[in-house]
Design a protein around this ligand. Structure first.
Ligand code: PAF
Length: 285
C-alpha cells in the first residue's frame, strides 16, 4: 500500500492509471462501514484493479459551530485498517493543499441540498460537493463508493457526477449497524453511555415508519406525527431535527406516500447529531 500525501502526486499517478480504479472517499476514523465500502470497491475492480481510499477531514463541510477541531484523526489506525483491507493507495492531503487560502471556486447543488441536513447545516453540501469534485479530478476513478447512511449526500453526489459529466459510476454501500441497529458513524464515539443507549431509538423509529407504510398508512403527516411521538417516548432527552418521508430520488415530500420513498431522520443526542434512513417501496402504488 502506498501513501500519497499531495494533490500533485495524486494527479501524476492517476494520469497514468491503466487499470480499473474504485475509490472510497472518507474523512478517516474508519469503522466497519468504511471497511465494507473498501470490500465492495475491491469486488467492483477485482484483483487486477486498484482500490484508492482518501482520508481527508474536509474543513469546507464543517460549519463554524461544528466539530472540525475535535473530529477524530486516528491516522495510524486508519492506515492499518486500509492495509489489512487490501487498499492499494491512500490519498491523505493536507488542508492547505486541497483548499489553498486563495481558493475562490466552489461547487453548489441547488435542489437536493437545500432541505433536511442542508437546512440544519448551511454550506455543508457545498463543502462536500467541492471536495468530491476535486477528489474525482485527482483520483479519476471508474467507481466511487459512498455509504447509504448519508442518504442525502449520496443522492447529491449521484446528481453531481451526472450533471458534471464525471465518467464515474457512483455505488451505494449498505449501512453497517451496531447490535441495537444504530448506524455506524465516526460520530458515535462522541456519545456518553446514556446517549449511546438512547441512540438506537432513531433506527427503531424509522423501522416503525416503514412498518406503518407497509400496513397501509399513506398520509405523510400522520406517519411523521407517529414517528415523532415514538421517538420522544424512546429517547425523551434527544432532540429531533427532522423525521420525514420523501421521494427516494428527488427527496421531495408529498402528502400521500407512493412509489419508492425514504424515511429520513436526524436527531441530536446531546451535541452529537446522528442521521439514519430506511428505504421503502410502497405496496400497490
Ligand atoms: O461522507 C464523508 O465522509 C464525506 O462527506 C466525504 C464524502 C468523504 C467528503 O468529505
Amino acid at each position: 500500500m502506498k501513501l500519497v500525501k499531495s494533490s500533485a502526486a495524486m494527479a501524476r499517478l492517476s494520469a497514468k492509471w491503466d487499470r480499473r480504479v474504485a475509490f472510497v472517499p472518507t474523512m478517516g476514523a474508519l469503522h466497519a462501514g468504511h471497511v465494507s465500502l473498501i470490500t465492495l470497491a475491491r469486488k467492483k475492480v477485482g484483483s487486477t484493479g486498484l482500490v484508492v481510499v482518501s482520508i481527508f477531514v474536509n474543513p469546507l463541510q464543517f460549519g463554524p459551530q461544528e466539530d472540525l477541531s475535535r473530529y477524530p484523526r486516528p491516522l495510524a489506525d486508519d492506515l492499518r485498517q486500509c492495509r489489512s483491507a487490501g487498499v492499494d493507495f491512500v490519498f491523505h492531503p493536507s488542508a492547505p493543499d486541497m483548499h489553498p487560502s486563495a481558493s475562490s471556486v466552489v461547487v453548489d447543488e441547488n435542489a437536493l441540498a437545500l432541505g433536511l441536513c442542508g437546512a440544519a447545516r448551511p454550506g455543508h453540501f457545498r463543502g462536500v460537493c467541492t471536495v468530491v469534485t476535486k477528489l474525482f479530478h485527482l483520483v479519476r476513478p471508474d467507481f466511487a463508493l459512498f455509504g447509504q447512511k448519508d442518504y442525502q449526500q449520496l443522492a447529491i453526489i449521484r446528481r453531481l457526477a451526472r450533471e458534471l459529466n464525471f465518467p464515474v459510476a457512483v455505488v451505494a454501500g449498505p449501512t453497517q449497524r451496531e447490535r441495537d441497529g444504530l448506524a455506524m458513524s465516526s460520530r458515535n464515539a462522541y456519545l456518553t453511555v446514556e446517549q449511546r443507549r438512547a441512540a438506537g431509538a432513531l433506527r427503531q423509529t424509522l423501522l416503525r415508519g416503514a412498518a406503518l407504510i407497509r400496513t397501509g398508512e399513506r398520509s405523510a403527516a400522520r406517519i411523521e406525527t407517529r414517528l415523532r411521538k415514538l421517538f420522544h417516548a424512546l429517547a425523551p432527552n434527544a432532540r429531533i431535527d427532522y423525521l420525514t418521508v420523501v421521494d427516494s430520488i428527488n427527496l421531495q415530500r408529498r402528502h400521500r406516500v407512493g412509489g419508492r420513498v425514504v424515511l429520513l431522520g436526524a436527531a441530536y443526542f446531546g451535541a452529537t447529531r446522528l442521521i439514519d434512513n430506511e428505504v421503502v417501496t410502497v405496496p400497490n402504488s
